[in-house]
Write a protein that binds this ligand. Structure first.
Ligand code: 0A1
Ligand code: ZN
Length: 881
């Protein structure tokens, strides 16, 4: 067990830097075993800083020497610790020359400078720059960078860094150099370099202003046939940001580089975005529709950071959501606008709601719950969370709902007018929105400071004689670690009222006006909203478009839900009504499983599913989403005491019942939604494939020879990965061992050299209910498996621990023991990735006692391990606290 306790860092303790950096000149002599970094920093004392010591961060690097204003510093003049270098009593203006040595090829953490497949890459967010050189590695220190790269020309023909290439040439002895200069000031976390054997697709692109820029997508040689979509997405992103927000690319050159070993999705380094290959490489043969959509979203996300994150950055890491929440909101809007239709927009919105419920609500209710702007952390890498990203985006979206789309644009304009080139706080964004629109958003601040998912309880009352309708909304928010007695939030609740014919009634209310939908602003603990001229008892459609990240508690009758499910003009609530119908039944079935009672599914529900499945007036994409039942995780969140086996049995029973009752309709939809002709990832075609493949999955729940043959035929004939992978998954899930075994074999043989496709091969098996711990252990011995590559580790281990609840929660605790082993093994290689896996045990206290005991033992085993990283230690100690 670790005996020291890691330090907690508090937002309230923020102090301005004692010195600011004017310029940085970096020189790299790149060698995988021993890289030498020369760093010349010009510092000036910051009048806001309290003292005259210069504090430079530095970790896992060897200091060769340091000079101040040309003179070598003697040991007494500075102190060197595990965390950095302090130079005592420095004059007001200082030039430091610092030389460090590092071993990139030994760096398995993938933070700082590291080697992947023989090439050099960097990852500096959040605190990776300090693994390269000594520096005030904090986002409120912004400086201009010049970078000289030197490396073997044969092995590393491509040398890239931020900004513009200003010089390059030969050095003799087989080495060459390139010098880069970034014209913009930036924090150290946005620094990047790449030294590699790569090739690029490039294009000159003309901005709306007429200025021409160079766009490049860099990949390994064999992948040049997979860069078109990323390039297209980049061009679309550039155009979109010009049109929607008036924001232009500020550089002459913009590069995307793909790397196979990467901890996250991608990184927005200024002018030199570094991407996980998963979010760059695509062609129809290897990428699914979901992969294509992911590429568009992530390329957009990183590009949009160029303004929201890079031009205006964060003062400190507690403000992370300032850039992440806003940039996720922007990429969500981009993806929705790219589809362009109302249903398309709704489909993206439904996906966002599903992510929130699947991952963010559980986080907000667990031991790692934190506000969108946290008050403290031990390890910042643990705070790249769904709360910071997705809930943060919801908070930004609510501001848009409150001030309107035009008002939001005004707020963005004011934000940039005020803060371009600065490192600021979440409050500054909110202030810009408020000031640009003359709105009071003071109470809205609580969305940033209070953790937990609010519950909004609605009660309605209709007075037929007076023709009035009253909606009373009461809000509350559960306690979260360190926070009790929450104050009311400012919650926009979009509402419509449906008449008996299913149409929206005209709305006459105090304080809010709207045709079919009004936005009620709930600011008190309890508030009643009045509607007049309501000629008939309406069915309320509450929280339209999921206007706030809350749990809506309203006692809908089945009849009301069926009415909304068939008619609501708001597609998100139409979907929601279906989810509520299903959830009520799933909870009842789960209870029945627990009680050993017989299971049954009512004809009304089946009829509603049938009507939806066969309604050709609805987009296929919408039908597919509406037919997906709430996941086992989402069901678990609704229960006091979680019995994962009972949930699994109940949900499987419902799936089997639907499959049995709707077999002819499923087959008909399977045929009707074929997409002949050349593959295209557009939303229409992708929606059809999704519905077709959902039908296939249902048809293979209890397959006969004909269904197995259908899947096999699709698998063999598919000209695209979406259909091929769906057929393979259906075969695996069908439990028909022979069909799956030979398909798995041929799939592996076909794609052996496509790492991302092999990730899918592992992932599909890891998530199948037939795959137990023993099977996962066996897969780990496969020659293609390695813990060192994060994508591969995630594909097998994360997908098992997080995506296969009925096996992970095996009664004997073997899943948890496996989890503990893997967390410990991963931690020795890559603490960031290990800490993410550690999170799979967050909700352990909610499980049935027998499982809880096993989970606790596994957590304690990890917590007691000898040399744990701060990353994992924070997660497991919070879980056990
Ligand atoms: N800023 C990136 C996410 C990111 C964060 C940390 C990383 O390494 C530890 C890498 C990427 C984004 O939002 O895309
Ligand atoms: Zn981001």
């Amino acid at each position: 067990m670790r005996t020291d306790s890691p330090q907690t860092i508090y937002r309230k303790n923020y102090t301005p830097p004692s010195f600011l950096v004017e310029s940085v000149e970096l020189g790299f002599d790149l060698d995988p075993a021993r890289t030498i970094v020369a760093n010349r920093i010009k510092l000036v004392r910051n009048r806001d800083g309290k003292h005259s010591d210069i504090e430079l961060h530095g970790e896992h690097i060897e200091l060769v020497g340091v000079r101040m204003n040309g003179k070598r510093l003697k040991p007494g003049q500075y102190t060197l610790s595990e965390h950095g270098l302090t130079i005592r009593k420095a004059p007001a203006k200082v030039t430091l020359d610092i030389e460090t040595v590092l071993a990139p090829q030994e760096n398995t953490s993938l933070s700082g400078l590291y080697v992947s497949n023989g090439n050099f890459f960097t990852q500096c967010e959040a605190e990776g720059f300090r693994r390269i050189t000594f520096f005030p590695d904090r986002p409120d220190v912004m400086a201009k960078y010049t970078v000289m790269l030197r490396a073997d020309k044969e092995k590393f023909p491509v040398l890239l860094s931020n900004g513009n290439l200003i010089e390059q040439g030969e050095l003799g002895d087989g080495r060459h150099y390139a010098k880069w200069e970034d014209p913009f000031k930036k924090p150290s976390y946005l620094f990047a370099l790449v030294a590699a054997r790569l090739v690029c697709q490039e294009e000159r692109y003309t901005l709306q202003s007429g200025r021409e820029v160079l766009l490049q997508v860099w990949v390994e040689e064999g992948n040049l046939d997979k860069t078109d979509y990323a390039m297209q997405s980049l061009k679309n992103s550039i155009r979109w940001d010009e049109q929607r927000f008036g924001l232009e690319l500020d550089l002459d050159r913009f590069m995307i580089v793909a790397v196979g070993d990467f901890n996250m999705g991608a990184m927005e380094n200024k002018g030199l975005n570094i991407f996980n290959t998963k979010y760059v490489l695509a062609n129809p043969r290897v990428a699914t529709d979901v992969d294509y959509a992911g590429i568009e979203a992530v390329v957009g996300h990183e590009y949009f950071h160029n303004w929201t994150g890079n031009r205006v950055t964060c003062r400190d890491w507690f403000q992370l959501s300032l850039k992440e929440g806003l940039t996720v909101f922007r990429d969500q809007e981009f993806s929705a606008d790219m589809i362009g239709t109302d249903t398309g927009r709704a489909v993206t919105r439904i996906d966002q709601v599903r992510t929130l419920r699947q991952a963010q609500f559980p986080e907000d209710a667990g031991p790692m719950a934190h506000p969108v702007r946290p008050d403290s952390f031990v390890e910042i890498n643990n705070f790249y969370t769904v709360t910071i990203y997705e809930k943060g985006a919801e908070v930004v979206r609510m501001m848009q709902t409150l001030v309107g789309r035009d008002g939001f644009r005004k707020g963005m304009d004011l934000y940039f007018a005020r803060h371009d080139g600065q490192a600021v706080q979440c409050d500054d964004f909110r202030a810009a929105m408020a000031d640009a629109n003359g709105r009071d958003l003071k109470q809205f601040e609580r969305w940033y400071s209070q953790a937990g998912t609010p519950v909004v309880k609605a009660v309605t009352q209709y007075d037929a004689a007076a023709q009035t309708y009253h909606i009373t909304l009461a809000q509350s928010c559960p306690d979260t670690p360190g926070q009790t007695a929450k104050l009311p939030f400012h919650i926009p609740v979009a509402v419509g009222l449906l008449g008996a014919d299913g149409k929206d009634l005209p709305l006459y209310t105090d304080g809010a006006a709207g045709q079919g939908t009004v936005v009620l602003e709930l600011t008190e603990a309890t508030q009643t909203f009045h509607f007049s001229g309501v000629a008939q008892r309406p069915t309320p459609s509450l929280l339209r478009d999921f206007s706030a990240p809350v749990v809506l508690d309203y006692d809908y009758s089945d009849a009301e839900l069926l009415h909304l499910f068939s008619h609501d003009s708001d597609p998100v609530n139409r979907w929601e009504a279906g989810q509520r119908l299903a959830m009520a039944r799933l909870l009842k079935l789960t209870a029945d499983v627990g009680a050993g009672a017989p299971l049954a599914l009512d004809a009304t529900f089946i009829a509603a599913q049938r009507a939806l499945l066969t309604d050709a007036t609805l987009d296929a994409a919408f039908r597919e989403l509406a037919l997906i039942l709430p996941s086992e995780t989402i069901i678990a969140e609704r229960m006091e005491v979680v019995d994962p086996q009972a949930i699994h049995t109940a949900r499987q029973f419902m799936r089997r019942s639907i499959a049995a009752a709707l077999k002819p309709e499923l087959l008909a939809q399977y045929q009707a939604n074929q997409t002949p002709g050349a593959y295209s990832p557009d939303a229409q075609s992708a929606g059809k494939r999704a519905l077709k493949n959902l039908a296939l999955a249902y048809l293979l729940i209890a397959p006969q020879a004909a269904e197995l043959e259908l899947a096999q035929r699709q698998f063999d004939a598919a000209d695209n990965m979406t259909d091929r992978a769906a057929a393979l998954a259906a075969l695996i899930h069908s439990g028909a061992p022979d069909g799956a075994a030979s398909a798995l074999k041929s799939y592996f043989a076909d794609f052996e050299h496509e790492a991302l496709v092999i990730d899918k091969w592992f992932a599909m098996q890891a998530g199948a209910p037939g795959t137990d711990v023993a099977a996962v252990r066996k897969l780990m011995t496969h020659p293609a498996f390695t813990l060192k590559n994060p994508n591969r580790a995630r594909s097998l281990i994360f997908n098992f621990c997080g995506g296969n609840p009925s096996q992970f929660h095996a009664a004997d605790g073997s899943g948890y023991a496996f989890w503990a082993e893997q967390v410990i093994a991963l931690d020795a290689l890559n603490p960031q990735v290990a800490a993410r896996l550690a999170r799979s045990m967050d909700r352990w206290r909610r499980y049935v006692p027998a499982l809880q005991a096993h989970m606790k033992a596994a957590l304690e085993r990890v917590a007691g391990s000898a040399s744990l990283s701060n990353d994992v230690l924070e997660v497991v100690s919070k879980a056990l606290a």
